[in-house]
Design a protein around this ligand. Structure first.
Ligand SMILES: Cc1cc2nc3c(=O)[nH]c(=O)nc-3n(C[C@H](O)[C@H](O)[C@H](O)COP(=O)(O)O)c2cc1C
Length: 193
């Protein structure tokens, strides 16, 4: 049997009670249940300073950015569940994307992104689920030569969407998560065959 596509799953929020982390946990479970192998990480474990060119020149890429970069390199696909901040990508996530896009040790900054298969989800207490932030995230990752699949899932009213055990209350929401996850796994399997 072919090896299961390895999917790196993470939220664009480090907040303890993050709604996007909740959705990321549901999505990671769906990955494992649909023929993939999820690696669920928390950006809280990868603190790094705000990208700044002089700092980079002085100290190079921060150790936690290198660790996150290694994880990106080790996975053919990512599932990113991100909040929308002011209609765009939250600074925590953008900062990670920017650090990892830098050339390091003679390696091109595109390496962590080029050819990766990516699926996007978002969660927001608002009525649109953070969908506008995904437009910007999609654009940035596409610029970095990742294949961002067309299917995505913005979860609206996310503060009312989860049961106390972390599961999604509405079957329709779970179905949307599964649809995106299946498509991500299928596309990853095809592109890495
Ligand atoms: C600076 C800031 C900007 C925000 N902008 C938006 C926004 O544009 N659209 C939206 O739906 N929610 C916005 N929110 C609300 C977030 O969606 C909400 O706080 C969400 O719970 C954050 O994600 P998390 O729960 O995963 O930490 C914003 C929150 C902050 C702190």
């Amino acid at each position: 049997m072919a090896t299961k596509p390895r999917i790196l799953v993470f939220a664009g929020s480090a907040r303890e009670a993050s709604l996007n982390k909740k959705l990321a946990r549901v999505a990671a479970k769906a990955v494992d249940e649909n023929g993939g192998a999820a690696t669920l990480i928390d950006l809280r474990d990868f603190p790094m300073p705000i990208y700044e060119g002089d700092l980079e020149e002085r100290e190079g890429m921060p150790e936690r950015a290198r660790a996150l970069r290694d994880l990106f390199l080790a996975h053919p696909a990512f599932l990113i569940v991100s909040p929308e901040n002011n209609g765009s990508i939250p600074s925590l996530l953008k900062n990670c994307i920017d650090w990892l896009s830098r050339d390091v040790d003679g390696h091109n900054g595109l390496e962590p992104y080029r050819g990766k298969v990516v699926a996007l989800m978002s969660a927001s207490p608002g009525g649109f689920g953070g969908v506008l932030g995904l437009v910007h995230l999609r654009l940035s990752l596409t610029k970095l030569l990742a294949h961002v699949i067309p299917e995505q899932f913005p979860l609206p009213k996310a503060d009312e969407a989860f049961a106390s055990d972390g599961s999604l209350l509405q079957g329709a929401h779970l179905k949307s998560v599964q649809t995106v996850v299946r498509r991500l796994i299928e596309t990853t399997a095809r592109l890495t065959a």
